[in-house]
Design a protein around this ligand. Sequence first.
Ligand SMILES: *[C@@H]1O[C@H](CO)[C@@H](O)[C@H](O)[C@H]1NC(C)=O
Length: 221
Amino acid sequence: MLLKGLLILLGAHYCYADLSNIIRPCKLNHYKCIGENLAANSYCKVKENGFLPSKYVQESFHYDTPYFNASYIDHNLIIRNQDKCYVSDFFVNTRTGRAVFCMDCPNLDFESDRTMIQHRTCQEDSYYEYHFRGVYPMIRITINLPSATHMDLCSASIFTDVSELPKLHINPKNKPTANYLSKDFSHLYIYERENGHARGPGLAYKFIDSLICDYGCPMPK
Ligand SMILES: *[C@@H]1O[C@H](CO)[C@@H](O)[C@H](O)[C@H]1NC(C)=O
């Protein structure tokens, strides 16, 4: 009986100690405070009165979806609603020495003239063209900074969770594309994970550089 009580106590103590290693230095909507913390541990320039437009255009963006043996190029990519992203966590773990920055983006909206490139072993690539628009109810981006004392965004690990599948509008630009494009969306969640993996870093850099602290990391193209 005594032993059991002791174990529970030890367990409780451990749990408590673990929680107290987590430090949140800033209110999550206090971007200046977060920027100052990042700047104190890296080379970024704190953004005062930062601005991110509700809509902007990126000339092109190339990404691969290895599972599908395909590559894509978005031309004239219009990104809407990135100004609605917000910081959903920022903490340091004093025990592990790590720092984590998390952002949530509701209703991100992408529109582009898209080229899909289908690869096949020892064959020429096939090209397909369509107009694309997709609205993503929720995309969550988790950034593990290299360490609590070295918060360099450009070498951070960035994980993108497409936590709700998008609503898609796809208009093929020609007959072969219309014939080729799959009407089977049962693997959409795999495609969107690969797609999100490619887009996450650019979205994170744009958001943090514009609103919190400017790192000037090279944008993926
Ligand atoms: C990708 O290519 C490999 C090798 O040709 C093939 O086995 C696989 O089925 C392809 N993947 C898809 C999703 O079509």
